[in-house]
Design a protein around this ligand. Sequence first.
Ligand code: SF4
Length: 399
Amino acid sequence: MMDTRSDTSVYVHFPWCARKCPYCDFATVVPSPASAAPGRALDVVADVPHEAYADALVRELELRRDALRGRRLVSVFFGGGTPSLWEPRALGRVLRELLGAFDARVDDVEISAECNPSSLDEARAAGLAEAGVHRISLGVQSLRDEHLRFLGRLHDRAEALRAVRAAQAVVPRVSADLMFGMPGQTSEGLRAEIGELLDEGLDHVSAYALTIEPGTQFGTLHRLGRLRVADEDAYASMYEHAERAFADAGLAHYEVSNYARSGQEARHNLHYWRGGAYLGLGAAAVGMLDEGGRGFRWTNRKDPARYLGAIAEGRLEHEEEETLSAEDRIREALMLGLRTAEGVDLDVLEARVAQPWIRGRERAVARRLDAGDLAREGRRLRVPRERWLRLDGIVADLF
Ligand code: SF4
C-alpha cells in the first residue's frame, strides 16, 4: 500500500560548545565559566544539563505531537553546538521518543549527529552508535595545525584523524566538514588536504568557504582591519581546485558545498533543499511545517535557560514566527533547490504550493535560460555546475 503521509525530518539543536569559535555565529553557549583548553574539551561535560535537556526535548515533542499526525519521518539530525558533548544515553532517550512519536523504525530513518573531533573519543562514538546514530558528521575543518589554530579550534590534525577513525569504527557513514579561504592557504595546499582526508576512506565531505559574519570575533577584527581573508579570485580558485580533487576521487558535487560518493548523499539535507517540512526541537531550533500550500516557520527561544524554563512550564515560546505564502515557498524552493545538482522539481513544487511557479518571473527566467545560467530538462530547473560561483546573482534575479 502506498504511504501517503507527508515526509518530515527532525532537527534537534544541542546548544552547548566547549569553546566559542571566533568565526561562528550559530546559537551556541559555553557551559562553564571558563572555556575549555585544547585537548580538554570534555572537561565541560560535567556542566551540561544532559538529562534536563533531554527531558525538555521529550516534553517539547509531546507539546507538538498534534502537528505531527499524518507525517512520515525521513531523517533526524542532532546538530549544534556540539552534540558530541551530550551524554549519548540522553541523546538516545530523545531519539527513542522521536521514533515512537512517528511510529518509525531506526533502520528506515537517516540518523546523524554532528560531532567535534575534540569531544569524540572511542567511547563516545560507541555510545552514539549504540543510541541509534548511524551517520556522524565531523567538524574536521582542516588537517593543517596552523589553520586549526587560526580558526580557534580545540583539536589538531592528529586528533581530527583519530576522531575520523573512531567514528568509522562504529558507524557506517562518516562525513567531514572542511573550511577553505584561510589566510595563507593555497589552492594546491587545499587540494593536498582534500586528498589526505579522502585517503581516510570518507564518502561525504562538506566544504565551506570561511565567511566573516558580523557579531563574531572575526567580524570585529575584520571591521578593524586586523583580519585578512582570501580575496574573491583566491576563493574561486580554491573552489575549483576542490571540485577537481573530489571529482578525481569519485565524489560528485551534488550541492554547492557538498560532495558525496553515489548513494552517500545526506538524506536530511536533500530533504531540506527540496523544500520538505521539518520539525525543529530544542533551544534556537528552527522548524517549518506545511499545511495546504502555506508554511509555518518558527524559531524556538535561543537562550537555553529560557527555553528550559518555558518548556518546564508547558509553554512553547518562539523567538520568531513567520507564515510562508505560496510565493514565499516558491522563492525558498528556488533558493535552496538551485544550489543542488538535481535542481528544482517543478511538478513537486507546483503540487505543493498550488500555483504556477513561473508567474511574475517569466522574463527573468527566459533571460537566464538564454544566457545559459539556467537549464531546463523536462520539468526540472537547475543551474549548470560551471555557473555555481555566480549562483547568488542568478537566484536573486528570479526573486
Ligand atoms: S564548535 Fe561549531 S557550533 Fe560550536 S562555536 Fe565552534 S563552529 Fe560554532
